[in-house]
Design a protein around this ligand. Structure first.
Ligand SMILES: Nc1nc2c(ncn2[C@@H]2O[C@H](COP(=O)(O)OP(=O)(O)OP(=O)(O)O)[C@@H](O)[C@H]2O)c(=O)[nH]1
Ligand SMILES: [Mg+2]
Length: 320
């Protein structure tokens, strides 16, 4: 059931966002993050919006320097006059609301710069570690005029692969030291990375890490004609970050010229729609799993007068 007050509220917020109101933007993102009917109303109020921004995913192992690198990248992009949004998706803090990552970035870059918008989101238990709301939040940020939108995700389990479904360009951040390239191979990162960054280039082993990555990349079967560059950065000094910005622009240009951009966006919409359907089905399923009808079927199955398959079918059919 739709809450008319929320729908009205969402429409007002949308209007304010189009006028550049940042607190309205933050509020709309909260609605989107909360999910359910309120988010649906908010996104409906936003209306159809063409995907306009370059969506950049930055992933890698915990502590690889993703936030520092993102902060430095934002600095370079701001110097070029673009308005940047950063979504820091934190799969590890379901309780704090994932404020840590965003705060870390926020402290590092342009706190008073209206051309930068930083937002953190908790990924909760979403499979893949990526917040369920991420694609919707990206949509909102695109609508608000940010380009690029940078999404930072800690690489745990499947999240690296999930981020690739949410981004146009995926940057994989590794560190010097034997094993990172091997780990990347195992995690399926070689297939999803469009740009590889050996960060902490001030540490021993950076050149070896680059060579190792280049050699495994050379041997991997990739479908795209894009050959992923392997860059070296020292994020803490913003060293190599100009080159990263250039590589991002080059990859975006490649995506446009090859028609790959439209394909990636379609894939993104696919997973976004599936996510939305899944969310609604899950809500419906938990509603079916309680109440007098459910209790009565449970009692019958428990007493041995009904089999559970018939009971489940009964629940699903009476719900129609
Ligand atoms: N020496 C060195 N340290 C770095 C570099 N980049 C980042 N660091 C440090 O590495 C630590 C982790 O950096 P973050 O940017 O928080 O890394 P992250 O990947 O965002 O970490 P999580 O979000 O917690 O996974 C911090 O202490 C940084 O100062 C670098 O290029 N060189
Ligand atoms: Mg971080």
């Amino acid at each position: 059931v739709t809450d008319p007050a929320a729908a009205e509220d969402a429409a007002v917020l949308t209007e304010r966002i189009s006028q550049g109101d940042r607190s309205a933007l933050a509020r709309l993102l909260s609605l989107v993050e909360r999910g359910g009917d309120t988010a649906r109303d908010a996104l409906a109020a936003l209306g159809p919006c063409p995907a306009l921004a370059h969506v950049v995913g930055i992933t890698g192992a915990p502590g690889a320097g993703k936030s520092t690198l993102t902060g430095a990248l934002v600095g370079v992009l701001r110097a070029a006059g673009t308005e940047v949004a950063v979504l820091a998706v934190d799969p590890s803090s379901p309780f704090t609301g994932g404020a840590i990552l965003g705060d870390r970035i926020r402290m590092q870059v342009h706190e008073d710069d209206p051309g930068v918008f930083v937002r953190s989101m908790a990924a909760r238990n979403h499979p893949g570690g990526l917040a369920r709301a991420t694609p919707q939040a990206v949509r909102v940020l695109e609508h608000a005029g940010f380009d690029p939108v940078v999404v930072e995700t800690v690489g745990v389990g499947q999240s690296e692969v999930a981020i690739a479904a949410a981004a146009d360009t995926t940057v994989v951040v590794v560190n010097p030291g034997w094993g990172d390239a091997v780990q990347a191979t195992k995690a399926g990162l070689l297939e999803v990375g469009d740009i590889f960054v050996v960060n902490k280039g001030d540490r021993p082993g950076a050149a070896e890490a680059v060579r190792e990555l280049e050699s495994v990349l050379g041997g991997s079967a990739r479908r795209s004609s894009w050959r992923p560059p392997v860059l070296t950065t020292v994020a803490t000094d913003a060293r190599g970050v100009d080159e990263l910005a250039a590589a991002l622009a080059a990859h975006h240009a490649h995506l446009r010229a090859s028609g790959e951009l439209a394909k990636r966006r379609e894939l993104r919409v696919r997973s976004e729609l599936r996510g939305m359907v899944l969310e609604q089905l899950a809500a419906r399923a938990s509603a079916l799993g309680e109440g007098p009808r459910f209790d009565s079927l449970v009692a019958q199955v428990a007493a041995g007068s009904l089999d559970p398959y018939t009971a489940a079918r009964d629940l699903l059919e009476t719900d129609r």
